[in-house]
Design a protein around this ligand. Structure first.
Ligand code: DGL
Length: 298
């Protein structure tokens, strides 16, 4: 499907959504979006850093994984979900998904926000991660473990180049990791096999790597198993705290947006799939029980 077709289709979808063309203008919760459960690892750290705010999490579990999908499809799905979050009152949305940040963020910011509501903001996770990781390497050789989509987008190497052109990024796509996590198989021996294989591929490709980024918000659940495969002296970096600190800094620097985010310390969870499955699986990612609500994308 061409980008032009996507654009027309998206415009039709937008027109049929409640609230579009007149999103609620009152302050609202901070929206946090992921293709599935992975964004919960980011939400968890954001809520620790910024506990007073209200949050609305949306997992597009019905269409996960995004990591193996094309640019156009990830863009279309992400835009639909962001639009729903806007319609539900969010003034600020964090794409807590590297694949969506890599494949949809720029288009949404540049093409869609000016048409939808230029005062709203959508933020991604790649830029803050790159800024933090660039300062950690001593060898200037960084490894990236991410979905196929994020690796193919080349977003991480491109962003790192903007910060330090001496840094070499070597990437390894791990297409099995998200399905293992989404199916609650991440602690199995099957998971061990794929983790060992992908980590070995990465380190064989560049033995000078001293810092590895987990460029997928699902992967913190595999952190212990990944660390067990790593030789001494390699730093493994998860994004949660980095993104949380970056959001706190953003709100500090943008008081006008801060004032548009409500603060009653609440958190709502929405899923495009079964609420029972989401509620039980979400507890793997969070240390609390959640009651999810269903969102019908129409
Ligand atoms: N959690 C998403 C990310 O950070 C990807 C998961 C998926 O493949 O849908 O890339």
């Amino acid at each position: 499907m061409s980008k032009q077709e996507i654009k027309i289709q998206t415009t039709n979808n937008l027109n049929s959504l409640p609230g579009v063309g007149g999103f609620p203008s009152a302050p609202g919760p901070i929206g946090v979006f992921d293709s599935g459960y992975g964004g919960l690892t980011i939400l968890d750290k954001i809520r620790t850093e910024l506990p007073g705010y209200d949050y609305l999490y949306l997992g597009d579990n019905a269409r996960t994984p995004y990591g193996t999908r094309s640019f156009d499809v990830v863009y279309k799905y992400t835009l639909e979900c962001v639009t729903h979050l806007f319609a539900m009152g969010c003034q600020l949305v964090v794409l807590a998904c590297n694949t969506a940040s890599a494949k949809a963020l720029r288009s949404i910011q540049q093409r869609n926000l000016p048409l939808m509501d230029s005062s709203r903001r959508v933020l991604g996770v790649i830029r803050p991660t790159v800024e933090a990781v660039g300062a950690l390497t001593h060898t200037n050789h960084i490894g990236l473990l991410a979905t196929t989509g994020t690796v193919q987008s080349n977003s991480y190497p491109l962003e790192i180049q903007k910060i330090n052109s001496d840094i070499i990024v070597t990437s390894e796509a791990c297409p099995m990791w998200v399905p293992l996590i989404e199916n609650n198989e991440h602690l199995s021996e099957g998971a061990d096999y794929f983790i060992r294989k992908n980590v070995k591929n990465l380190l064989d490709a560049d033995p000078l790597i001293d810092t590895i980024m987990l460029g997928c918000t699902h992967y913190p659940l595999l952190e212990d198993k990944i660390k067990a495969c790593l030789p001494e002296g390699i730093t493994l970096v998860s994004q949660g705290e980095i993104v949380a600190r970056s959001l706190a800094d953003y709100l500090n620097r943008h008081p006008e947006m801060d004032a548009r985010c409500t603060r009653n310390a609440t958190c709502r969870y929405m899923t495009t799939e079964s609420t029972e499955k989401f509620s039980s699986s979400a507890s793997i990612f969070l240390n609390e029980e959640v009651q999810a609500e269903h969102l019908d994308l129409g």
